[in-house]
Design a protein around this ligand. Sequence first.
Ligand code: IPE
Ligand code: IPE
Ligand code: MG
Length: 262
Amino acid sequence: MMAESLSTELPSHLAIIMDGNGRWARRRCLPRGEGHKRGARSVRKIVTHCRELGVQHLTLYAFSSENWRRPDREVSQLMELLCEFLVEETSTLLDNGIELEAIGDTARLPSRVRELLTAVREQTRGLGGMRLNLALSYGGRDELVRAIRQLVHQAREGELRPEAVSEQLVAEHLDTRHLPDPELLIRTGGEHRLSNFLLWQSAYTELYVTDVAWPDFTTEQLEVALTWYRGRRRRFGRTDEQLEGLEDQGYLMGSGPYSVIP
Ligand code: IPE
Ligand code: IPE
Ligand code: MG
């Protein structure tokens, strides 16, 4: 099928908004924390499965810049779970060649989390099997503000002319500077919104929303999302006729508007 051949088989960068833990727990008359614990199990399964599939970059929205507004108790619980994950999963990351990174305003995280993040990042640096990016204290607007501040600073020092500001330059100042844009974004928990996730990077990302809550999200459901992705026709502003012409010339449309198309 033409539509299938237009997306590359597998996204090289998959991003996931892991939502619905609280509602999952409430439906079972359990405390919200139970939902987060079960959500952590899904993280383990999905990370390993993505590695097996050959996904190169997996970005998980684990804690947003707005999640600091939650009750202190819930924030502490989430930080505790994150520490547990980092301690318990290091060996799995090492065994599977998975490199850990974090995006977001990580300076706001508690010192124990920061120390563990630094340690696991150092231990897994350069493994190259897959890159797991945890979005922690991450907000797309906050990320853009931090990038703009850096650029303004360079301009004030006389190191940057206004004409030199380009999309590429902005992208190079974001937390995701080493990553391609995500081809596919999955949101569990049924909400049709970005909630401040990867605002710049998801300009042309395929968006897949499932009602399944994150603790119930399985590798089979991931496969359903990937099958849906394969059927997308990614036009990047062009017409279908242009795409067919480009396809005849052997161009693939899965990797973003700038890198593969003349
Ligand atoms: C996602 O689940 C986890 C985080 C945001 C940290 P929620 O806790 O948002 O679950 P719901 O949306 O209340 O069900
Ligand atoms: C998005 O979920 C953030 C994460 C999954 C970490 P939220 O539950 O915070 O999003 P809203 O508040 O419903 O938009
Ligand atoms: Mg939520």
